[in-house]
Design a protein around this ligand. Structure first.
Ligand code: AMP
Length: 278
């Protein structure tokens, strides 16, 4: 089936209704294999897939980051069609936030640490746009990547708190051959930085194995951080947390997760790793 494209809410609603039970995959475009894996996962849970491409100004803290965010609509549409997506939702900012728009959704607690502490307002922007995307499409299912672990927990909390009739599915992070999590921002790494970036998943994998053995978190995290600094990265955070509440842990418990944000050149590398239960 050829890919349909909607650029305003009435067109989207009419097209989604014709498709039956749809699964939503929200994205900001510059699509890679990670996004396409979500589309393929979504196909298993509904009659058809709707993917949104919207670089959401509300969730950017730095204007420069928003301005340089990669955009490649033609290539994205071709990839979505090839992955079996039925409908692309491409709102202009004015279609998403018409003049006079004045509503925001804030999720407290979960959003105060980690990404939320480094990017004030980011998760209110994410929660607000996701709530709109759910109600615009009427999707009973939406698929998100575990790559953005905190985002997934925030959206789950919001959907539960607001009784939104959407089931959220998390999909494991898709990685490059050397372990680096795929990301639209990886293209901003120089070849030399790109080679060093693989130190992050390697450090997370090793730390997760030690923590699964019952080691105390503090020395394990300090050693991993030292290794990442030696690879030229600056750290925003590297933490062992409860996978749902995101509260820090002194040692692994079932469902524990390592969360990391590292700076390498002009790029923030975001990654996370499950700590297997002993
Ligand atoms: P983004 O376009 O980066 O905002 O991401 C859109 C969706 O794709 C989010 O649910 C992300 O978590 C997910 N995603 C991004 N990169 C990956 C990846 N490497 N593997 C799996 N999901 C991803």
């Amino acid at each position: 089936m050829p890919l349909a494209v909607a650029r305003d809410v009435p067109t989207l609603r009419a097209a989604a209704a014709r498709l039956g039970r749809v699964a939503l995959v929200p994205t900001m475009g510059a699509l890679h294999e990670g996004h396409l894996a979500l589309v393929r996962e979504a196909r298993r849970h509904a009659d058809a897939v709707v993917a949104s491409i919207f670089v959401n100004p509300l969730q950017f803290t730095a204007a420069a980051d928003l301005a340089r965010y990669p955009r490649d609509e033609a290539a994205d549409l071709a990839k979505l069609e090839a992955a079996g997506c039925a409908l692309a939702w491409l709102p202009a900012p004015e279609a998403m936030y018409p003049a006079g728009f004045a509503t925001a959704i804030t999720v407290s607690g979960l959003t105060e640490r980690w990404e939320g502490a480094h990017r004030p307002g980011h998760f209110a922007g994410v929660a607000t746009v996701c709530c709109k995307l759910f109600t615009q499409t009427g999707a009973p299912v939406a698929v998100f990547g575990e790559k953005d672990w905190q985002q997934l927990q925030v959206v789950r909390r919001m959907a539960a708190d607001l009784d939104l009739p959407v089931r959220l599915i998390g999909h494991p992070t898709v990685r490059e051959a050397d372990g680096l999590a795929m990301s639209s921002r990886n293209r901003f790494l120089s070849p030399e930085e790109r080679a060093r970036a693989a130190a992050l998943p390697a450090a997370l994998r090793e730390a997760a194995a030690l923590l699964a053995d019952g080691r105390e978190a503090a020395p394990v995290l300090a050693a991993a951080e030292a290794r990442l600094h030696a690879a030229g990265m600056g750290s925003d955070y590297l933490a062992l947390v409860d996978g749902e509440t995101l509260e820090p842990l002194a040692a692994a418990t079932p469902g524990a997760r390592l969360l990391a944000a590292m700076r390498l050149g002009a790029v923030r590398l975001l990654d996370n790793w499950a700590v297997p239960s002993a």
